[in-house]
Write a protein that binds this ligand. Structure first.
Ligand SMILES: O=C(O)CCC(=O)C(=O)O
Ligand SMILES: [Fe+2]
Length: 390
C-alpha cells in the first residue's frame, strides 16, 4: 500500500508548528514520536475510529483494532497522532528487507505521480454516478442479497457476472491507459507491469488511482463479497492490487492457467472491439490441491462483454484464451483480506471452499459409511447364525 496518505504530508508530531495548520501545538504529543508501547490490557468499551480513508502500509482494520491498546494519552489525541504512534510500533515488526521494498515502491510511485500528466483528472476520484450503471448502483445502495441477485447471474457456482460500468467511463479509462503507455514510451520510464504473467498493462494504483480504487473496493466490492464470499474473507477485504491488462496485436495474446493473489477478484471488460479472449474456469483450489484434476461440473467458459464484470474467488483456477483480433482491455481488482490470510495459517480444513478438499472429505465420509454398513451387515449375519453381538 502507498505511504502517500494525507497524514504523511502533514507536520509530524515532533515538529510543533504555530497551531494554524495541521501541526500539533500541544507539546505533550511531541513525546509521542519516540518509540511507543501499547498497553497490555485493552480498553474494553473503546469504539475505534475508522482508518479506511487513509492510504497506509498496513490494513486500516489493524489500526482500528490496535486503538484499544493505546496509552490513554495517545487514545485521546487526534487521529494523525494515533496513526503515527501505531505505525512506529508496526514498523518494528517489518523485516528490514520488506521495509526497504516498501520504501522503493513508494519512491517509484511518487516519481510517476510527479511526472505523469493525467489525461482525465476526473477519473482519479470516485464519482459513482458517472462510473457505474444505475441498476448496479441501486443494487449496492439497497445492499441486500436479493438486490445483488436481481442484477447478477451465477452461470457457474461461485462465479457472478453483472453489468457494472458506464460505456463513457470505460472509454475514458482505456484512453487514460493509452495515454500513459505513450508517456512511458516517450519518456522511456521503466514501469512495473501488473504481474509476472503480463508484459503489457499498467498498475493503476501506481499512477495515482489508489485512493479511488480503495473506495471502489470498500464501497462497491466489499458489500457484495460480504454476501457471496464471506467464507474466504469477503467481508474483511482491506487491500487491493488494481491494474489493467491489454491483449491483441502488439500486446499480450493470452493468459495461462493460474490462481490470483487475492481472496476475491473483480474482472471488468473495458472494451474495445475484439474476438476471442474467453475466460476459462476450472474449480476453486487451496495451495495443496492447485494442480489437481477438474471435475466436469467445474468446467466453465465465459465470454467477456464490455462494461460487464465477473466476480470470483481468487483461488478459482482460470486463464484467458487468445484474443484473436482487435484489442481487449480489462480492469482487474485483486481484493485481499489480511484477517483471512492470518486465519488461513491456522486452519487445516479448507473443505468449505476448496473443491478438491470437499471431494476428498465426501469420499472419506462415503468410505466410512460403507465400512459402518459392512460391520452392521456382518453383525446381522452373525446374529442370524445364533451368535450374540454386543
Ligand atoms: O484477461 C482476463 O480477463 C483475465 C485476467 C486475469 O485473470 C488476471 O489478470 O489475473
Ligand atoms: Fe487472474
Amino acid at each position: 500500500m502507498s505511504q502517500n496518505g494525507p497524514w504523511d504530508r502533514r507536520t509530524q508530531p515532533n515538529t510543533p508548528t504555530d497551531g494554524k495548520g495541521d501541526g500539533f501545538v500541544n507539546s505533550n504529543w511531541a513525546t509521542l514520536s519516540e518509540p511507543g508501547k501499547l498497553c497490555v490490557n485493552p480498553k474494553i468499551d473503546h469504539k475505534p475510529e475508522s482508518y479506511d480513508d487513509l492510504q497506509l502500509e498496513f490494513s486500516p482494520l489493524l489500526f482500528s483494532s490496535l486503538e484499544a491498546y493505546l496509552p490513554l494519552q495517545v487514545l485521546n489525541a487526534p487521529r494523525d497522532v494515533k496513526v503515527h504512534f501505531m505505525k512506529n510500533i508496526l514498523f518494528r515488526y517489518l523485516p528490514e528487507t520488506e521495509r526497504a521494498r516498501v520504501q522503493r515502491h513508494k519512491d517509484y510511485k511518487q516519481k510517476i505521480i510527479l511526472n505523469y500528466p493525467p489525461l482525465y483528472k476526473e477519473i482519479y476520484t470516485m464519482q459513482a454516478e458517472k462510473f457505474f450503471t444505475p441498476s448496479f448502483l441501486k443494487a449496492v445502495r439497497d445492499n441486500t442479497e436479493e438486490s445483488f441477485r436481481s442484477v447478477m447471474a451465477e452461470p457457474s457456482p461461485g462465479i457472478y457476472t453483472f453489468e457494472m460500468l458506464q460505456p463513457q467511463f470505460c472509454e475514458m479509462l482505456v484512453s487514460e491507459v493509452d495515454h500513459f503507455e505513450r508517456w512511458v514510451h516517450e519518456t522511456k520510464f521503466r514501469i512495473m507491469r501488473p504481474n509476472t504473467m503480463n508484459q503489457y498493462g499498467a498498475v493503476l494504483d501506481d499512477l495515482g488511482m489508489e485512493s479511488m480504487l480503495d473506495k471502489f473496493m470498500n464501497d462497491y466490492i466489499r458489500p457484495i463479497s460480504r454476501v457471496f464470499f464471506a467464507g474466504v474473507g469477503g467481508s474483511t477485504l482491506d487491500s487491493h492490487h488494481g491494474f489493467v491488462v491489454e491483449y491483441g496485436i502488439h500486446r499480450d495474446v493470452e493468459l495461462g492457467f493460474h490462481v490470483d493473489d487475492s481472496e476475491v477478484t473483480l474482472n471488468i471488460c473495458l472494451g474495445n472491439q475484439f474476438s476471442g479472449g474467453e475466460l476459462f474456469f476450472r474449480g476453486v483450489r487451496c495451495d495443496a490441491h492447485v494442480n489437481t484434476e477438474s471435475q466436469p461440473e467445474e468446467i466453465f467458459d465465459y465470454c467477456h462483454v464490455p462494461g460487464h464484470a465477473v466476480l470470483h474467488n481468487g483461488r478459482h483456477r482460470h486463464g484467458a484464451r487468445a484474443t484473436t483480433s482487435g484489442q481487449r482491455i480489462n480492469l482487474i481488482i485483486w481484493c485481499r483480506s489480511t484477517v483471512f490470510r492470518e486465519m488461513k495459517k491456522y486452519l487445516r480444513d479448507s473443505s468449505s471452499w476448496c473443491g478438491e478438499c470437499r471431494r476428498q472429505k465426501k469420499e472419506r465420509e462415503r468410505l466410512s459409511i460403507a465400512a459402518t454398513k459392512q460391520v452392521s451387515y456382518h453383525a446381522f449375519d452373525l446374529q442370524a447364525i445364533g451368535y450374540s453381538v454386543l
